[in-house]
Structures are given as structure tokens and as C-alpha cells.
Write a protein that binds this ligand. Structure first.
Ligand code: ATP
Length: 289
């Protein structure tokens, strides 16, 4: 079992922007979701765990080793799919993966070839292995990104917004792939897509303006909201009235009308009916608190 322990981690960029503030987390094997809106600090935090960005304060231990003092230790055990992994040379998937494998220190040609082919198969790119990566679709590129991150069988895998820009089918395929991976490694999935966390993660934290505002199990968060989420469909022009009188979590257009989800501990009346809370309700409720 691997263990990542983060204590009181803070970082302010030289511009004065707070990247993240006083973050403490303890993670073990399995898929951990880091949820937050754009600009919340997810990428800065991920880069810090990967040993690519130095924090101002705090401690990170991976399996007891100090990541901040000795980033080279975690780099050897880490797979990283950064958000901006997007520029590909005109070489085939097989060649590029082999090249990255060499950079990662897989020096034995036989083992390397075996691993490259196995990862192309795992990521469903085996049939495409001789095609140039720059011709791949967004989903294929992200699956290639996962393949390169898994080279060397890392003990910790960080994936930053992997589903950004993917169509639903590609996203589903990528999520299936990610769900197979978390068995014997720490996997951190940073995303602003609540649904992906719900489908994939047993533990999560919500990062908001650089701070962790909640952490725990997605199912527990949902349980806490049981009996407190109410729905009503209204005409668009009536929204200001409801905004003034209720704690609106979301207002979604549906067939020209607005479907409201509100938070209320007792029956708000006015035609609202109680619904099962979703993780999205949890997220919006936390962001408004
Ligand atoms: N190199 C940098 N120098 C100064 N400020 C930065 C730098 N990188 C990020 N920031 C700022 O730090 C804050 C956190 O950014 P970060 O990219 O970590 O957030 P994020 O949650 O990953 O968002 P996104 O998904 O949009 O990248 C933002 O206000 C961003 O503008």
C-alpha cells in the first residue's frame, strides 16, 4: 500500500496570486478526485506533488520520502498526465512511447518493447500504433497520454483534467481506462467535472480559491444532503424572485423553462418537491457556503 501525506502546503506566486493555501491530505492506493473550478489551484497543486513546483511551506511525504527536499525520488515513481500535454511530433505512437520509455530509464530493449506494446493494447491504441500521434483525435491523444504516464509502472499517477474537450463517448472510454488503473497505486484525478469524480473516485476533496473546503467520500457528501434538495420548474423571468428568496444551487434551462435546485432544511412550499441529491448539488452547495 502506497501513502502520500501532505501537510500544511502553501504557495503564493511571485505575482502575489495564491496558488493554494494550507493544504493537508492523506492518500492511499485508489482513485482520489480533486474537484474545483478553473483557477482553483488544481494544476499548481498537482505540479507540486510531481516535484515540478516548489511550495513556500509545508511537507509532502511519499512512502516516507520527502518530495520537496528530494523531488528526484518521486519522479522515478510517478506518472503524470499534465493538462497541457498537447504538442506531438510527427512520429508514430509506438516510436514516441518507446522514446519516452528510454527517457524514463527503461533501458532493456526487450522489456521496453513488451511494456510499450502492452500499454498500447491497454489504452486501445494497438491498432493505431504505427500512426503519427499528431493525427490522433483528442480522445486518442489523452489515451496516449495515459499510456506514457503508465510507463515504468509508477506507484503514483497524476492526471490533470484528462477529459477536457473530449466528446461523451471518448470521455466514457477514458474513464473506463482510468477506473482500471487505481488498484495498486495512488491515482489523483484533478477535474472540474463532477460526474467524473462520482463515477471514478471513492475519496475526494473540493478545492476552491486555493483552499480545500471539504474532503471525504462522495457517497457520504450526498447522504448529508438527503432531504434538503428541492426542485421546481419556473419561467425564466421569475428567476430574480427565487434568487432573492431561496438558496439556489443550480438553474438549468429545459425546454425554454428553468429547472431550479435549491437547498432548504425544511419544506420550502411554493410547489417545490424533494429530490435525491446528486454530487453536483453537493459541489454547488459547498461552493456557495
Ligand atoms: N506561473 C504562474 N504565475 C502566476 N500565477 C499563476 C501561474 N500559474 C497559475 N497561476 C494562477 O494561479 C491560480 C491557480 O491556477 P491553476 O492553474 O493552478 O488552477 P487550476 O485549478 O488548475 O485551473 P485551470 O484548470 O484553469 O488550469 C490562478 O489564479 C492562475 O491564474
Amino acid at each position: 500500500m502506497n501513502a502520500l501525506s501532505i501537510k500544511n502546503l502553501s504557495k503564493v506566486y511571485s505575482s502575489g496570486v495564491i496558488a493554494y493555501e494550507n493544504i493537508s491530505l492523506d492518500l492511499n492506493d485508489g482513485m482520489f478526485g480533486l474537484l474545483g473550478p478553473n483557477g482553483a489551484g488544481k494544476s499548481s497543486f498537482m505540479k507540486t506533488i510531481a516535484g515540478l513546483l516548489k511550495p513556500d511551506q509545508g511537507q509532502i511525504l511519499f512512502n516516507g520520502q520527502d518530495v520537496i527536499k528530494h523531488p528526484e525520488n518521486i519522479k522515478k515513481q510517478l506518472g503524470f498526465l499534465p493538462q497541457d500535454f498537447g504538442v506531438y511530433p510527427k512520429v508514430s505512437a509506438y516510436e514516441l512511447l518507446t522514446h519516452i520509455a528510454i527517457l524514463k530509464g527503461l533501458i532493456h530493449a526487450g522489456t521496453r518493447k513488451e511494456q510499450v506494446l502492452a500499454l498500447l493494447d491497454k489504452t486501445n491504441l494497438y491498432a493505431e500504433r504505427n500512426k503519427e500521434v499528431h493525427t490522433f483525435s483528442g480522445g486518442m491523444r489523452q489515451r496516449f497520454g495515459v499510456a506514457q504516464a503508465l510507463l515504468g509502472d509508477p506507484k503514483i499517477l497524476i492526471v490533470d483534467e484528462p477529459a477536457a474537450g473530449l466528446d461523451p463517448e471518448e470521455r466514457h472510454r477514458l474513464n473506463n481506462l482510468l477506473s482500471e488503473i487505481g488498484e495498486n497505486k495512488v491515482v489523483i484525478l484533478a477535474t472540474h467535472l463532477v460526474e467524473d469524480i462520482k463515477d471514478l473516485c471513492t475519496a475526494m476533496a473540493v478545492l476552491f480559491k486555493g483552499r480545500i473546503i471539504a474532503q471525504g467520500n462522495p457517497a457520504d457528501f450526498i447522504r448529508i444532503l438527503q432531504g434538503k434538495i428541492w426542485q421546481l420548474t419556473i419561467n425564466k423571468q421569475d428567476l430574480p424572485y427565487y434568487q432573492e428568496h431561496y438558496k439556489i444551487l443550480s438553474a438549468r434551462l429545459a425546454s425554454g423553462k428553468l429547472s431550479l435546485h435549491i437547498y432548504a432544511t425544511t419544506n420550502p412550499g411554493s410547489g417545490f418537491h424533494q429530490i435525491e441529491p446528486s454530487l453536483e448539488d453537493v459541489y454547488f452547495n459547498l461552493s456557495l457556503s
